[in-house]
Design a protein around this ligand. Structure first.
Ligand code: ASP
Length: 276
């Protein structure tokens, strides 16, 4: 973790907490936290997003709130600085949950969301080469996510990403998929995932962790069991932020590191790159 990443996370925690303290909803706190991370360019989301193999940035994001189980997401959106805001608009301004590709981009433009340059010089994709390179290094992640609980007892989870290294054009990961990359229910908890999306999708991890919370598991036990399932069954690799409506939380990962932080308002925000 670089010093600027740590400083950015501390700021995000302070801004989020300040908003909640002043009575803002968890939805606003999560959206604003993720917007700050997207804007920073320090993580793999928004301004810092990876490009796909054809040189184009296509980003994914989603957000869900636990009171009425409302959710919104965008996949393969291009040219936008804040995919998380596009996801919130899908949730609040449409009857749908997920918009994809050029039409997700058109939707965001309709709401005049701030834009960014998302394409490097376009590259021709040779599919033969790509399939031979299937095992390209996928160590660098950096998706951003947040969970929050507000004074009304509502939990919210959100996530935003530029994807993973070596992606085929059009690849979509877990991040915009409700139940995979995020889930939130005031009767169980809020979960935001990071890691290799292909594995997270196959286990439907965020919902699986919430189901275990619903059955009475602690956040730590719920996430530990589901991470173990991911590793044992499909050799996947992931990390999770988990928060319950009564304020218990856990941060755990099967990846070597996961840059994350939390703040309950006491003392200073905690920011670390590894959680046991
Ligand atoms: N989960 C994201 C994806 O697969 C990547 C990440 O978390 O870094 O697109």
């Amino acid at each position: 973790m670089t010093a600027s990443q740590a400083a950015c996370l501390r700021t995000v925690l302070q801004v989020g907490h300040h908003l909640l303290d002043r009575g803002a909803s968890a939805l606003t706190a999560v959206e604003q936290a993720i917007r700050t991370l997207e804007r920073s360019g320090l993580f793999n989301a928004g301004a810092g997003s990876r490009v796909q193999l054809d040189g184009v940035r296509r980003m994914d994001a989603s957000i869900m709130e636990g009171q009425d189980l409302r959710a919104g997401g965008v996949a393969s959106i291009e040219g936008m600085l804040h995919p998380i805001t596009a996801a919130r608009l899908v949730m609040e301004e449409t009857d749908h949950v997920l918009l994809v590709g050029p039409m997700a981009t058109t939707f965001a433009k309709h709401f005049r969301l701030e834009r960014q340059r998302t394409s490097m010089p376009k590259r021709r994709v040779s599919y033969g080469t790509i399939f031979n390179q299937k095992q390209v290094a996928r160590e660098r992640h950096g998706t951003v996510g947040a969970v929050a609980l507000d004074r009304f007892g509502t939990v919210v989870a959100g996530s935003s990403t530029g994807g993973i290294d070596g992606m085929l054009p059009g690849r979509v990961g877990d991040t915009p998929l409700i139940g995979c990359g995020v889930y939130a229910d005031n009767q169980s908890g809020a979960v935001s995932m990071t890691g290799i999306g292909e594995g997270i999708i196959r286990i439907a991890m965020a919902k699986e962790i919430c189901d275990r919370l619903d059955e009475g598991a602690t956040p730590k036990t719920a996430v530990r069991h589901v991470l173990k399932k991911l590793v044992d069954r499909i050799h996947g690799s992931a990390g999770a932020l988990v928060l319950t409506p009564d304020g218990r939380f856990a941060i755990r990962h099967s990846t070597p590191h996961m840059i994350a932080g939390y703040w309950t308002g006491d003392g200073e925000p905690v920011v670390k790159d590894s959680y046991g």
